[in-house]
Design a protein around this ligand. Structure first.
Ligand SMILES: Cc1cc2nc3c(=O)[nH]c(=O)nc-3n(C[C@H](O)[C@H](O)[C@H](O)COP(=O)(O)OP(=O)(O)OC[C@H]3O[C@@H](n4cnc5c(N)ncnc54)[C@H](O)[C@@H]3O)c2cc1C
Length: 422
């Protein structure tokens, strides 16, 4: 048995930002299913969006709403945009080295459906640079205890209030705490064709379904237009949208363009899938040769990876296919990340504030995790603890095999209810 003030499940950007922003007087236990680095956050390439200045506010809000088919929760979008610059400042405070020009000015890029360049990035491995900085800080904080290779198996809830979790690594044990934060990512690993880590496979949503915790928009799933096509791969390598943002084009097997590459992700994905159907092929192509910048300097990780696989991205057309990428829906939360269970919070991809609507605007998810992770920490920091701690020594686990079926069922139900509303 263990105990702490706060338990955090997941070591992506949402879990780590929450951990770092919680008062250092509070003891935190952070569990993560594999190594600290094994999160989808670490894989992020393109960047993190933020407001340019106040004149950009209405435009950025409109870009987010338009990409989301106006199904977004407006208050969540306003919060995301209004707190975006503070989110970047927090990351810089923890040492994230955003790319700058020779004069030290911040470099900004653009991705589909953004009307201006407002995306901050670190080369083409923004996630790695952000996560390395946050992990380094978390490791030196005396109030944060990190348990790797440890899975959360169950949530301990009594009378509508959470009092701990059951977990397992080499042994089974319970952790008791006043507050619990779910930051365990989306559904990606459940899908065969995915850009996500296989082990990030809907555990949070499964736990929520098991415990009757409210979900929202669980059928809103994003397919990324340009994952690298390989005959055999467990996880599809992503070719970031910023590659198209910097001028790459999409070509069919006759080397003809067939869509506007900078429209929202769902529109571009549909255009590729239609073209594949029309041509009766398994993939289409992305052409890097139309990019004006030095691609090795701007996209070192992507171009190295392609070269290792035998492609010369300056000359060769690279095969791409749309793949599962992101879960817009999730556990229903308010703007301070509160679920409908007392003292249980959810942040990042596992949660749904409604900020992305039906389709997430590129580079808005790292930002979402930072903005709402900070708000979650603040809500916990100011919460009064006027309740006795419950200890209940029985260890328990939900049936994770059954969970997959339950999630599929809830996706179908949500889809049906949305179609009947149209
Ligand atoms: C290839 C790729 C590129 C991307 N590029 C961008 C980008 O450029 N910009 C952008 O904004 N977004 C991007 N995204 C999306 C973004 O990275 C994620 O949506 C976001 O980082 C989610 O963060 P998170 O902390 O909520 O979850 P994750 O980073 O997915 O972390 C989830 C954590 O929970 C842990 N976990 C899961 N289940 C359990 C359990 N039962 N017990 C214990 N631990 C558990 C996992 O091990 C992991 O540590 C990209 C995603 C991918 C896959």
């Amino acid at each position: 048995m263990m105990e702490s003030d706060v338990i955090i499940i997941g070591s992506g950007v949402a879990g780590l930002i929450s951990a770092l922003e919680i008062d250092q007087s509070k003891k935190i236990i952070l569990l993560t299913k594999k190594r600290l680095e094994d999160s989808n956050s670490y894989l992020a390439q393109g960047g993190i969006s933020a407001l340019l200045d106040e004149t950009d506010r209405e435009r950025y809000i409109e870009d987010t709403l338009r990409a989301g088919h106006y199904k977004n929760t407006r208050s969540a979008v306003d919060t995301l945009v209004d707190e975006s610059r503070a989110a970047i400042a927090s990351l810089e405070k923890y040492g994230v080295p955003f790319s700058r020009d020779a004069q030290g000015n911040l470099l900004l890029t653009r991705e589909g459906a953004h009307s201006v360049n407002r995306i901050r990035y670190c080369e083409d491995q923004t996630g790695k640079f952000i996560m390395d900085a946050l992990i380094a800080e978390a490791k030196i904080r005396p109030n944060i205890k990190i348990l790797e290779d440890t899975r959360c198996n169950d949530l301990l809830i009594r009378d509508g209030k959470i009092y701990g979790v059951s977990a397992s690594n080499k042994t089974n044990f319970n952790i008791y705490a006043n507050f619990t934060i779910l930051a365990c990512g989306g559904l990606g690993g459940l899908f065969e064709n995915t850009t996500n880590f296989r082990h990030i496979c809907g555990d949070g949503v499964g736990l929520a379904i098991d415990k009757g915790i409210d979900l929202k928009d669980i059928s809103y799933i994003q397919i990324h237009p340009t994952a690298l096509y390989e005959d055999n791969s467990d996880r599809r390598f992503l070719i970031s949208e910023s590659v198209r943002g910097e001028g790459a084009v999409l070509l069919n097997h006759k080397k003809e363009r067939f869509t506007d590459e900078l429209r929202p992700r769902d529109v571009v994905s549909s255009a590729i899938l239609e073209e594949m159907k029309r041509e009766k092929v398994k993939y289409e192509f992305i052409d890097f040769s139309t990019i004006k910048l030095d691609i090795d300097e701007r996209f070192p990780n992507i171009t190295n990876h392609l070269r290792e696989l035998g492609y010369d991205p300056r000359r060769d057309l690279v095969p791409i296919v749309p793949a599962f990428h992101y879960t817009m829906g999730g556990i229903r939360v308010d703007l301070d990340a509160r679920t409908n269970i007392e003292n249980l919070y959810a942040v990042g991809e596992v949660a749904c504030t409604g900020v992305h609507g039906q389709n997430r605007l590129a580079s808005n998810s790292l930002l979402e995790s930072v903005v709402f992770g900070k708000r979650c920490a603040k809500a916990i920091n100011i919460s009064k603890i006027d309740f006795p701690r419950i200890y209940d020594l029985a260890w328990s686990s939900i049936d994770f095999d059954k969970v997959k079926k339950n999630i599929e069922e809830r996706i179908r139900e949500d889809e049906k209810s949305k179609t009947s509303q149209v």
